[in-house]
Design a protein around this ligand. Structure first.
Ligand SMILES: [Zn+2]
Length: 379
């Protein structure tokens, strides 16, 4: 029988995590990672750390896994986004509470999720021998490009095996069956500088970029919308060029963010985009992550949905997350592992001033993770 955590444990641990200032940039997750790692070691987990840069520390902790099947992965990130320009009414790093709300930068995205995963891990301390077990992956550098998990994915020796993935990003405890993929790139255009009074002597790089942007606005992916994720999207997010109003610009650059759905081949897509932009432009791809999609009818997801129905009293609908997660990188190593995004944070609170999470949802998330681990390890 599972020993249920009380709400005080969950709040206390989430508050401990919120007190580590892991704002990214610069990140500096090391102290927070060591704190989580020490807890897991105390509970009998085998803990390893991985730093992709100074103080950018991820944690991998395992227990069990000596049975037949591969372990279940519970994953969350330790970094949080900056506080933003608006003043906070609450201390962002104290874990203040008010009624059902626990405040702090990262309360929803996603230290509440990490706290709930840690407490679920504590519940199973010493009980996973002879079962598929679990592996916790707590990442650095998720915000702004999933950099920590990208480095982990380059180390299959560290990652070992996992048979399914739960990502604790904020979903208000609704299980989501994936998210779009993402391709982000810059395109650079070259021109020839000249005096602004004699534009015929130069080649205007801004005009080249502008023509490319107009073609991108009309870009047709040529794929049917995904039944759950919808259509792929493209957005030109930045446009830079020129160094003075009286000069013909000899350089321009645009930044493009493409969100893809299953069935879109990224390499072929990039070739078509390059052709659309024009062969003169140089493309610099800064991030390339595949979509994450698990059939809602697949056996494990059906069981997760059943657990969510039981714990939450209502049946989930197949939906996907609007944001990227580390699962895109982790699945490079754990090919074909089904993934759900399920966490106690409020998605609309992520990255907001006076971010909070619901203490009731945090408590509920511990129960959900415990039930999912119990189900996995009973197989
Ligand atoms: Zn997040």
């Amino acid at each position: 029988m599972i020993a249920r955590m009380n709400a005080a444990d969950a709040v206390s641990l989430a508050r401990d995590l919120l007190r580590f200032e892991t704002v990214n940039p610069p990140g500096a997750e090391r102290e927070c990672a060591r704190f989580a790692g020490r807890l897991l070691e105390d509970w009998g987990y085998a803990v390893e750390y991985h730093e992709y840069a100074e103080a950018r520390t991820s944690v991998i902790a395992r227990a069990g896994g000596d049975g037949e099947g591969a372990p279940l992965c519970l994953t969350g990130h330790l970094d949080v986004v900056p506080l933003g320009a608006r003043a906070w009414a609450k201390d962002p790093f104290a874990g203040e509470t008010d009624g059902d709300r626990l405040y702090g930068r990262g309360a929803s995205d996603m230290k509440a999720g990490v706290a709930a995963m840690l407490l679920a891990a504590r519940t199973f301390a010493g009980k996973l021998a002879g079962t598929p077990g679990i592996v916790l992956v707590l990442t650095a550098g998720e915000e702004g490009g999933c950099v920590g998990s990208q480095h982990l994915a380059a180390r299959p020796d560290l990652m070992g095996r996992a048979g399914a993935i739960v990502v604790g990003e904020p979903t208000s405890n609704e299980p989501l069956v994936g998210h779009k993929g993402s391709v982000k790139f810059y395109a650079r255009f070259r021109g020839v500088a000249a005096h602004g009074s004699m534009p015929h002597l130069g080649v205007n790089a801004v005009y080249k970029a502008a023509r490319a942007v107009a073609r991108l606005e009309a870009f047709d992916f040529g794929v049917a919308p995904h039944p759950v994720m919808g259509a792929p999207t493209l957005n030109v997010g930045t446009f830079e060029g020129g160094s003075g109003i009286n000069l013909v610009p000899d350089a321009a650059r645009i930044g493009v963010d493409v969100r893809t759905v299953p069935g879109v081949d990224h390499a072929a897509l990039l070739e078509r985009l390059a052709a659309t932009i024009g062969e003169e432009a140089e493309l610099e791809v800064v991030s390339d992550l595949e979509p994450v999609w698990t059939e809602p009818g697949s056996a494990w997801v059906a069981r997760v949905f059943e657990i969510c129905s039981r714990v939450r009293g209502k049946a989930p609908e197949p939906r996907t997350a609007p944001y990227m997660t580390d699962a895109a990188n982790l699945r490079r190593v754990w090919r074909g592992a089904p993934a759900v995004v399920l966490g106690p944070g409020e998605p609309e609170m992520a990255h907001q001033t006076d971010e909070y999470c619901s203490i009731e949802r945090l408590r509920e998330a511990v129960a959900l993770y415990e039930a999912i681990v119990a189900d996995w390890c009973a197989r």
